[in-house]
Design a protein around this ligand. Sequence first.
Ligand code: ADP
Ligand code: ZN
Length: 724
Amino acid sequence: MGMIAEVIVDIAHSDVDKIFDYSCDPDIGEGMRVAVPFGKGTAAGFVVRVKDATDYPAEKLKKIYRAVDKFPALGRECLSLAQKIAARYRVPLALSLRLFLPAEMRTGKVSEVYTTFARLTGDPREIPPRAKAQLALAAYLEEHGEAEAAALRKQFGAAVNALEARGVITLEKRRRRRDPYGGQEGERVEHLLTPAQSEAVRRIQGTDKTVTLLHGVTGSGKTEIYLNLIAQQLEQGKTALFLVPEISLTPQMLFQLRSRFRSKVAILHSGLSAGERFDEWQRLREGEARIAVGARSAVFAPVENIGLIVIDEEHDGSYSSESAPRYNTFDIALLRAKYNGCKLVLGSATPAVETYRRAEEGEFELVTLPDRINARPLPEVRLVDMRRDVRRGNPSPFSALLKERLAACLEGGNQAILFLNRRGYSQTVMCLDCGNVVKCEHCDVALTYHSEEDCLKCHYCGARYRMLEACPACGGKRIRYVGTGTQRVVSELKKLYPAARVLRMDVDTTSGKEGHFKILKKFASREADILVGTQMVAKGHDFPAVTLVGILDADMSLYFPDYRSGERTFQLITQVAGRSGRAEEKGEVVLQTYDPENAILRFAAQYDYKGFYRHEISMRAATMFPPYAKIVRVMVTGENEQETLACLKEAYVALSEIYNTHADKFLFFNRMHAPVKRIQNKFRYQVLMRLLPGGPLKEIYDAVAVVKHKNVLCYVEENPSNLS
Ligand code: ADP
Ligand code: ZN
């Protein structure tokens, strides 16, 4: 009686998205990658189950060619999770299984590396006295123990092989791990928890809820709490997942983790080489490393017996995947927490409104840390009305106050961070007299200027407006696209403070492996006095010498055409402000705005998260945006416009049917061009929907799953973090 393996072929197409039975040898086990005969050729596949018998006719049954690896690449939990993910997001199982493997493994570009070592295993007295090199080699090994054969060959040449032939030394191939840390490990730092931290730890451990929201102001010591919880799980023989936004996986953070947990930590980071990433993944899979640290894809890390999952900066947009399957990291983490019966901790100084609501309603445990460590004060935030500066004829991106504080900061030998929000910057239209930003009549989101058509558009409902000649609010004629990029700021700084050393950090300066690591390192080692940057500078860096943070354009993200723009603004300001005054010296923040009365800015300046939350949640309730409704977008993109339109039509017909049967669950339903009509030569169309709770989400996924057009991609997005 042979064995039968159930195989999913690694082809992401719904036509082959089913289980195929193959016969196999006993060395094939569950979770292994295999090569199988498929159609006229060979395919890669995953063994999802091994069984004794099949109904499939024996004469048609084919045999697995071979195992691809010596080990099962996928564990039990992966297989179960992949099935749930495939069902939830309606993707072929092959696609969801791939999430669990380092990409390089599938393309066959990485493998383990081996190094040959030599050691003495025989008697050196057998070496004849005239074989000087051999004697020297034996003496060397006697003194040093074993050594790498390659190095020995350089020094002793042919003597290595000669001694092996004599049986005096043995050469042995051993697996070598590539080391992404460059051997950097420092002094182990571990703080004694403060009473507030201990209490937080107790609450997280004591609750019977799976999820805890740890809401702590910047600098309240959340990291120390995570590390403490992780250490406790390790002691109990368990493993942990520690997820952070890609950008905040800073050298400091890694250093801290490595110093504390040494080789128990494995990092999964896009800055690693393919080989390093593969080795880190292997260390986790084999249990040599037991803490997986990384950005969103680390939620798929191959660890078993998880005792804790942490999602730091849980509000961060990078936790939603932007390629199929478009999963949300929290959803996957929750599945894993339930599977392992462990706790899931979400940490943030500025939780997403939707998360905070779930905590407030009792679904999540809520633990609050209102104070910084050692009662260090939060930096004082001063709002500057830029309209006044503009009226005084100040064309500089810096207000008078900011210039004065910057000079004082530099004189005091401290560092400053200047933040500006470049996203969609030059596109928003603003009245310089009253600060009014033109909004859509139906959606309460800012309109965006489209230069090709010279008109204003709403990215939510597709409404178009003619370019304005006067401000609809005050009649003023000074309507402008306000805008300054990071580059202009840097050149202005050079004029104002010729002696200051300035670093710029944005998408353009951080390309390449470790691009932003390098800039942060430079700034941390005080090779610069001022750091100018976009969002990237906002994330959890700890620069003790920074005493001034300037936010040049606090409004800009407010008018980004997105229902979450208020939330994003509050988060950004809080995060950037949190960079100031982290050590002994008091910090300060200068926040420049054209809209100083704006409620969100006022809450941010007061660090009043709850005030902000109440304001925001009541707006969402009034306008029926998430969490009171769900935005669902079906995107259709392809290089050929006719094909793309045909696919859009097919999707629209199917979705219309759902709309007609469930009209009472829809707040909005329309098809249109996506706001950005073409990206990388692909035309983009969308069907935009807003659903009430209990709306026909599953039906929408089902309908989209059967829409099939060659060369056109059609997919569903839920509450997309980017509606462009
Ligand atoms: P958060 O993650 O909440 O922003 P951090 O974890 O970065 O805060 O902590 C802020 C600072 O306080 C860090 O420099 C950290 O080393 C320090 N710190 C944390 N916990 C303690 C403690 N129990 N005692 C002394 N210092 C601490
Ligand atoms: Zn609109």
